[in-house]
Design a protein around this ligand. Structure first.
Ligand SMILES: *[C@@H]1O[C@H](CO)[C@@H](O)[C@H](O)[C@H]1NC(C)=O
Ligand SMILES: *[C@@H]1O[C@H](CO)[C@@H](O)[C@H](O)[C@H]1NC(C)=O
Ligand SMILES: *[C@@H]1O[C@H](CO)[C@@H](O)[C@H](O)[C@H]1NC(C)=O
Ligand SMILES: *[C@@H]1O[C@H](CO)[C@@H](O)[C@H](O)[C@H]1NC(C)=O
Ligand SMILES: *[C@@H]1O[C@H](CO)[C@@H](O)[C@H](O)[C@H]1NC(C)=O
Ligand SMILES: *[C@@H]1O[C@H](CO)[C@@H](O)[C@H](O)[C@H]1NC(C)=O
Ligand SMILES: *[C@@H]1O[C@H](CO)[C@@H](O)[C@H](O)[C@H]1NC(C)=O
Ligand SMILES: *[C@@H]1O[C@H](CO)[C@@H](O)[C@H](O)[C@H]1NC(C)=O
Length: 507
């Protein structure tokens, strides 16, 4: 996505967020009073909830460890519902029985169960079957292969440990809809009885549906059609009517701004602005920090661990890595960005070439299976992460996955995005340098050199601790005991819905 903006209008669809200052905490929503009321109580109570949830997690862990001594047999050995490639039919999906739910302890699903709507296939699997027409230039079939994880990564031998190379894919950044759908069908707390559900999942591939209409000379209607049809279908469901959508959620695999068109001639679809979407919780790779219903989830990266052991091995690998550069910058060396902030960072990095390494991402070099970026992150203590065409970038997660500490220049690039997935105190895992200070001549190198070896080690350790929370595991049943990004997201949604139910008993 981020490589495709035209030079003359580098940020075609960021009007709205731009008018709001980056530093204002998203406390007051101007959207409407209900929203701001919710957001406020949400923020005021979040500390108490955090404490409560930590306590309850510990209790659950204690109970869980006592009753399930080190084995999770029911989470394994399911036949894959999909073949290893793209040959998916709606039938295969429908036929999967949530056998896991039946054998699961009540305790494990203490926050509730999820019901997954059986949407008509045109809203999901049919889009994948037509992968060769999802964007106007080229087929996306390769990118969506292997259950959405993409092509197996090649060219990493010698760079990553041999035993972990098979866990790497050239994963597209916009595939979370597919990953979440596959995983939720196998979730241990899935139920087929809607009366027993706390949460209702809508497996609509909103990002794939709009993708092919973003660039062509298509009408606003084209871009909205499928979302509109989906909402008509969902609003007709008794459980939607019962809750006004409050216990429904969806994954939208692109950034929020791709679904927030307010005028026909503007960018994107207006999916999020449609009335039926009003109360539905949305999992997005970039959220609007002023909207309670937007939840930021990590961008998919290339590492998809097959087991707990893959994660532990990877953490050990990046922890013991010999890093030779103080910092690095991966970006395009194009004339077009000369005058913006990225150009400034690039120039700084080039001037400090004994401590900074530049990876040239001109053209598609970085999006298309190159090991150069991974290698650079693995070799650097810090990585510079300016905003891209939108506030967030997949690169932040690529960087942290390699055990490199992100250096941020906009708070909205991560701090207001991924609450459930990153540590609460930004200074423990990242460095923040205000962009204006850099423009005024603050040397990034000097700031980074001011951290002692021990401080750097501690921050890196924090980043490494959190790696499990932002990778998407390969097995559709999840990992044995480690919770990955998907697990964290579903737990978060269930907890949120339970909270809503308790606080506003009847809405
Ligand atoms: C998909 O499956 C059908 C029937 O199961 C088979 O005939 C077809 O060749 C498969 N297509 C691909 C691309 O594997
Ligand atoms: C739904 O909940 C009831 C009461 O707890 C239980 O008896 C029943 O087996 C559940 N149904 C399913 C499909 O999980
Ligand atoms: C898009 O289509 C409309 C109507 O068909 C036409 O008037 C307009 O010039 C087209 N715009 C571009 C950029 O091709
Ligand atoms: C959203 O929820 C509010 C409060 O329950 C309700 O008044 C409103 O009608 C709901 N909106 C839709 C589109 O269901
Ligand atoms: C780490 O890298 C430095 C610089 O290249 C080298 O001198 C040193 O021997 C390396 N240490 C290890 C343990 O590989
Ligand atoms: C990098 O060095 C060049 C040449 O000395 C200088 O013009 C430029 O301002 C420097 N860039 C930064 C960001 O310091
Ligand atoms: C990736 O790179 C290879 C070789 O550099 C090229 O043949 C291929 O078309 C590229 N794919 C994409 C999606 O850019
Ligand atoms: C940066 O420059 C601006 C304008 O030149 C000035 O107002 C501001 O105080 C400077 N900030 C710092 C931290 O030096």
């Amino acid at each position: 996505m981020l490589s495709i903006s035209s030079p003359s209008s580098p940020e075609p669809y960021i009007r709205k967020p731009k008018s709001q200052p980056d530093e204002v905490l998203p406390r007051k929503s101007s959207l409407n009073s209900l929203n701001s009321l919710l957001a406020n109580s949400y923020f005021n109570q979040s500390r108490a909830w955090l404490l409560l949830s930590i306590l309850s997690i510990q209790i659950i862990l204690l109970l869980g460890l006592r009753s399930i001594p080190f084995s999770f047999p029911h989470r394994h050995h399911f036949p894959s519902p999909y073949t290893d490639h793209l040959n998916i039919s709606a039938k295969t999906i429908i036929n999967i029985s949530p056998s896991a739910a039946a054998t699961t302890d009540e305790d494990e699903c203490g926050s509730g169960r999820v019901f997954v709507y059986d949407l008509p296939s045109r809203f999901n699997t049919e889009l994948i079957r037509n992968c060769d027409e999802l964007n106007p230039w080229s087929s996306r079939c390769d990118a969506l292969a292997n259950d959405g994880f993409g092509q197996k990564a090649t060219g990493l031998s010698g760079l990553v440990p041999e035993s972990l190379a098979p866990a790497w894919y050239w994963t597209d950044q916009f595939v979370s809809e597919i990953i979440f759908h596959n995983r939720i069908l196998r979730h241990k707390c899935r139920t087929t009885e809607p009366n027993n559900a706390t949460a209702f999942y809508i497996p609509f591939y909103a990002g794939l549906a709009v993708g092919k209409f973003l660039w062509h000379n298509c009408t606003a209607k084209d871009r909205d059609r499928l979302c509109e049809m989906m909402l008509t279908w969902v609003q007709d469901q008794p459980y939607y009517k019962k809750s006004n959508g409050w216990n429904h959620f969806i994954t939208m695999g692109r950034i929020s701004w791709d679904f927030r068109r307010s005028k026909d001639q503007d960018w994107g679809s207006s999916c999020i602005y449609m009335p039926g979407m009003r109360n539905i919780t949305r999992l997005l790779i970039e959220r609007n920090p002023w909207d309670y219903f937007d939840v930021g989830v990590p961008y998919p990266t290339g590492f998809h661990p097959r087991s707990d052991s893959d994660i532990l091995q990877w953490q050990e690998f990046v922890r013991t890595r010999n890093r030779t550069n103080l910092f690095c910058f991966a970006g395009a060396k194009r004339g077009a960005i000369k005058n913006d902030f990225r150009g400034l960072l690039l120039s700084h990095c080039q001037n400090e070439s004994d401590s900074c390494r530049v990876v040239d991402c001109a053209g598609t070099r970085c999006s298309n299976g190159t090991s150069a970026i991974l290698e650079t992150f693995l070799n650097s203590d810090f990585c510079l992460q300016p905003r891209g065409d939108s506030f967030t970038r997949r690169s932040i997660f690529d960087c942290m996955l390699a055990g490199s500490i992100p250096v941020l220049f906009w708070k909205r690039t991560a701090y207001y995005q991924y609450d459930w997935f990153l540590p609460g105190e930004p200074e423990r895992y990242s460095v923040f340098i205000h962009r204006n200070d850099v423009k005024n001549g603050t040397s990034v190198r000097e700031v980074l050199e001011s951290y002692s070896k021990e401080e750097v080690r501690k921050m890196r350790e924090k980043v490494i601790d959190y790696i499990p929370k932002f990778v998407y595991a390969r097995p559709q049943e999840g990992l044995e005991s480690i919770k990955d990004a998907f697990d964290v997201a579903i737990d978060g949604v269930l907890k949120r819905f339970k909270e809503q139910e308790e606080r506003f008993y009847k809405w």
